[in-house]
Design a protein around this ligand. Structure first.
Ligand SMILES: [Zn+2]
Length: 348
């Protein structure tokens, strides 16, 4: 494809949010136009994350409207800007979502950019629930041929987040880790922790959650109503680590109660809650609370490698076409999705 005015001005089909709390409208909008350092990508797939639900509801990452979300996109390079040298038309790619003022992606490759973050693909910028999206070339990573597009989009949120949380936790072989919240990220975290040599206790809500967790390799899968089973599994010493992928007061307390002295709690789930924490428990048991958000570009590279090696096999609930975007969102919202719901925007 060339840089002619006609291709720059073409339209594309997209799922567009016009009003908070309302369904998306599937309509034709102008394609993104690229700057010399940017790349236009023809979308193949884009995963739906709970953050997309929060966005539609106006709870988090409330965008300027109209907005095209989608922060787990994967696709094929359709056009490159004049200054782009690291990619070519036809390359299969996924983006790192955080666009920064400077070179923080390179300077601090193990952390999600924070101080200099300018915008986030799919949140403050248009995302992948559209036939095309754009990204700076520095934010794009090539995909090995053995990662299917249905899985690939998960690199940008679910898998990078699990990889980064594992690094933040300092998980070591032989340690016992609790994973609470058996969704798209929780399942991947179980796979990563098992590959690292940890013993994993999964805490979920339903029998289906527990089956998924066991399928992902958890050594013990229980509900939060079974604290005695968790305690017995650790010989009543408590777990070394707890990963909270829900982020509400109840899950935080379940984790804190189940940790050993000097245990580490890693908070990944984001909700608008301020759980009261017992400071006697925190101080006397010398607990650590560690926040973790998305990841750095090296975490993204590791996420791709783990998928290429078959260590991480994302659980996909179903794949649905862009025309059924609202039904797909309703399915995620229902809580009945067992794994990621992925939108198939175009065939390979
Ligand atoms: Zn997400």
């Amino acid at each position: 494809m060339n840089d002619s005015a006609s291709t720059q001005s073409s339209t594309m089909k997209a799922a567009v949010l016009h009003q908070i709390g309302h369904p998306f409208i599937i309509e034709h909008v102008p394609r993104p136009t690229i700057e010399p350092h940017e790349v236009l990508i023809e979308t193949r797939t884009c995963g739906i994350c709970r953050t997309d639900i929060h966005m539609q509801d106006g709870i988090a990452y409330v965008p300027d409207l109209p907005h095209i979300p989608g922060h787990e996109p994967a696709g094929v390079v359709a056009r490159i800007g004049a200054n782009v040298t690291n990619l070519a038309v036809g390359d299969r790619v996924v983006p790192h979502l955080f666009i920064t003022e400077g070179d923080e992606l390179i300077a601090d490759p193990r952390h999600a950019p924070s101080a200099t973050v300018k915008s986030i693909i799919g949140a403050s910028l248009p995302g992948g629930f559209a036939e095309f999206f754009k990204a700076p070339a520095a934010n794009l990573l090539k995909l090995p041929g053995n990662i299917p597009f249905e899985h690939a989009g998960l690199v940008s949120c679910a898998v990078i987040t699990a990889v980064h949380a594992c690094h933040r936790s300092r998980a070591a072989a032989g340690e016992t880790a609790i994973v609470i919240g058996i969704g798209g990220i929780g399942i991947v975290e179980i796979q990563i922790l098992k590959a690292r040599g940890c013993r994993v206790i999964a805490i979920g809500l339903t029998p289906e959650d527990l089956d998924l967790a066991t399928g992902a390799g958890a050594d013990l899968a229980v509900t939060a109503q079974q604290p005695d089973d968790v305690s017995s599994f650790t010989a009543h010493a408590g777990a070394d680590l707890a990963f909270d992928f829900v982020g509400i007061a109840a899950t935080m307390h379940t984790c804190i109660d189940a940790l050993r002295i000097r245990g580490r709690l890693i908070i990944v789930g984001e909700e608008d809650e301020s759980p009261p924490i017992n400071t006697i428990q925190l101080a006397q048991r010398e607990l650590e609370i560690i926040g973790s958000r998305n990841g750095g570009i090296d975490d993204a590279r590791e996420a791709i490698q783990l998928m290429a090696d078959g260590v991480v096999i994302p659980r996909i609930d179903r794949v649905m076409p862009l025309d059924q975007f609202n039904q797909a969102m309703d399915h995620v919202r229902s809580g009945n999705a067992k794994g990621r719901v992925v939108i198939r925007v175009a065939d390979d």
